[in-house]
Design a protein around this ligand. Structure first.
Ligand code: ZN
Length: 287
């Protein structure tokens, strides 16, 4: 038991460090989703690369020190310049490479207003401040091109600045961290995340999807619409259990002891978010 416990602590420490600083020598895996859209997996949130006739659009930029490897991998897809970078939200495992994309490509960064505020806050504690978004929006934004891009805001989901990237022509959606697929989600309550907002965002993605839609998770594998529905049902069930007990006046510890996520603990616990942390974030973000 002791060894197991120590391993859990170590794993969680390593994960926290990775989230804070990134890691060196990033191994990047590229998966083509069709002729013009690619998913890149490395350290941090999943990246999408979208190829237009004259340029590339990149969704999320992982950690600052993974940039050289990411740039190299994007160069293998196409020599075209990266004209736009889209940030799904402000966490540094999705935005750390921003400054380098601006320096190398003079890329324009697009994000929600609140993402700008979150990166500004991170910059205050950072010796090398990151590039802020150049273009921000409130509810939605459409970018024309060979591959039209629709950006859609979902309030108070994983943070207070989450957008999804919908590619209607390719039938692909990048869900950002509204979707942690195959594992329990991180709800960043300190930065405006709530369980209701996350479920609302997931339902919004389900509405846009059909049976052939490829859904890129912020973390985890590509999901189908039916897998997304199952994931959303899981979170809704756990939330309803926590909400019922909270309404009765039970404390967080009492609710955790009932194991509201018990059916999914073995399949969905991971080193950063286990069932107790999930229940805590749900409890904290419920009215
Ligand atoms: Zn995140």
């Amino acid at each position: 038991m002791k060894i197991k416990f120590l391993t859990a602590i170590l794993a969680s420490t390593i994960s926290m460090t990775a989230l804070a600083d990134g890691t060196h020598g990033t191994q990047i895996k590229t998966t083509p989703l069709n002729n013009s859209v690619y998913m890149l997996e490395g350290q941090g949130g999943n990246i999408a690369v979208i190829e237009n006739s004259n340029s590339l659009y990149v969704v999320d930029t992982q950690f600052a020190n993974g940039y050289a490897d990411i740039k190299n991998e994007i160069g293998k897809i196409s020599p075209k310049p990266v004209r736009y970078v889209i940030n799904t939200h402000g966490h540094n495992d999705h935005t750390g490479g921003n400054a380098s994309f601006v320096k190398d490509f003079n890329a324009t960064i697009i994000a929600h207003h609140n993402t700008s505020d979150l990166i500004t806050a991170y910059n205050q504690n950072n010796a090398t401040p990151n590039a802020l978004p150049h273009l921000t929006f409130e509810k939605s934004l459409k970018l024309a091109g060979d591959e039209p891009i629709h950006l859609l805001y979902f309030a108070n989901a994983h943070t207070n600045g989450d957008i999804i990237v919908h590619l209607p022509k390719s039938n692909i959606i990048h869900a950002g961290d509204i979707l942690f697929f195959g594992r329990f989600p991180f709800i960043d309550v300190k930065n405006g995340g709530t369980i209701d907002g996350m479920i609302n965002g997931l339902n919004g993605i389900i509405k846009l999807a059909d049976d052939n839609t490829k859904i890129i998770a912020g973390h985890g594998n590509i999901a189908s619409k039916s897998e997304l529905i199952t994931h959303t049902k899981m979170l809704t069930t756990i939330k309803n259990r926590v909400a019922k007990l909270k309404k009765k006046g039970k404390t967080l510890a009492q609710i955790q002891a009932t194991r509201p996520a018990k059916e999914w603990e073995s399949s969905h616990n991971w080193n950063f978010i286990n069932n107790e942390k999930l229940v805590e974030s749900i409890y904290q973000s419920l009215p």
